[in-house]
Design a protein around this ligand. Sequence first.
Ligand code: GLN
Length: 456
Amino acid sequence: QQYLNRLRNTEPLLRSFLHVSQNVMSEAEQIDRKIDRNEQLGPLAGVLIGVKDNICTLDMPSTGASRILRNYRPAFDATAVRKLRDCGAIIVGKTNMDEFGMGSTTENSAFQVTANPWNAERVPGGSSGGSAAAVSARQCVASLGSDTGGSVRQPAAFCGVVGMKPTYGRVSRYGLMAYASSLDVIGCFGSSVTDAAILLQAIAGHDRFDATSSKREVPEFTSQLEPAEFLDSKPLKGLRVGVISETLGDGVDSGTVSSIQAAASHFEELGCIVKEVSMPSFSLGLPAYYILASSESSSNLSRYDGIRYGNQIAAEELSSLYGASRANGFGSEVKMRILMGTYALSAGYYDAYYKRAQKVRTLVQKSLKAALTDNDVLISPAAPSPAYRMGEKKNDPLAMYAGDIMTVNVNLAGIPALVLPCGFSEDGPSGLPIGLQIIGAAFDEAKLFKVGHIFE
Ligand code: GLN
């Protein structure tokens, strides 16, 4: 009830939810009854979780913040959602996002714009802006997002919460609306590293409904997180931390650079061996990402044809029905991505764009793998600046894309990364939060949680 009251009071300003469940209290009462009967409770019994609107839920609409899916109600729960419910969690509602995950501010939602809880004139980041804002404002305990090129990590940084982007395949994508299938992964938001770890524990693991989900065993994330009072003075003794030098150069806000440098010094105090690592291919990831993500999305989004789901604009001919339904159903950013992707994949341009981008992807993968052999973890800012003003980059897509420079390489390589707050744009909480990104080797989320927990 306390969370629902808070949600009701803050929602007019924040607009982080597209839909709030009607069943929260009745589900909570069921848990009360279980307690009365001394029945076994799941590890997340009664915990209120927000779910990004591109993740399917049986009892609530799931639109991906697109008009083309207005009023769509899936006939099933995404595997991640089902697993949360199996643990006793209560899904509080569906959070706002950029349409189909395409954007970095949540301004590309077809339905509403979400505000940053730290400053309501600023964007919460994106595309999982609603999920980040909801946790930041304590409208729910934790939330799910999706991360194709940074959509969990950048909004976590902008809203001052913890965001975990797991290894590709660690969490089933079954029931996640596909944006770019070779990059998409469901991730977690929490107000602490421990919360994010508990959430990943609940949703991770192989799923027979997703052939790309990994069969690797999921380690016990939380039991490895020692309470602060049990830690000695150099709890990270010997850990090799690489600071990616290209992420602290030109075009990066000075407050962000100094916060990351302060974080590096803090790692030294904790016993780490901190070194600068240069990755010359770092900036190549951004154009490669936008070519690959747009190409994959142009193929994935062809399922929204006005026949199979939602929005249909009637027409005499089938092709005009497709055209009219899509023209009316997709927002302008989505249309631009489909055009860019179709262009990059078309005969005559394929070699120059798509194939070349795939080669860059391999290069980025290799250089990150090498850097993660010489170092246990890599660190960088989660974004080149803190949250900016609403509208500031809305009509300048290239400026907005440039803001993803810190996060996209991690998706190209399929590796995990954790973002956590590490300072403010001005001295003290009157400024805007800044996020530190800690990158690890594939399937090494446990190390990221351990390091993040000690850092925090
Ligand atoms: N901002 C990036 C994009 O628009 C990343 C989005 C995401 O991770 N879903 O593609």
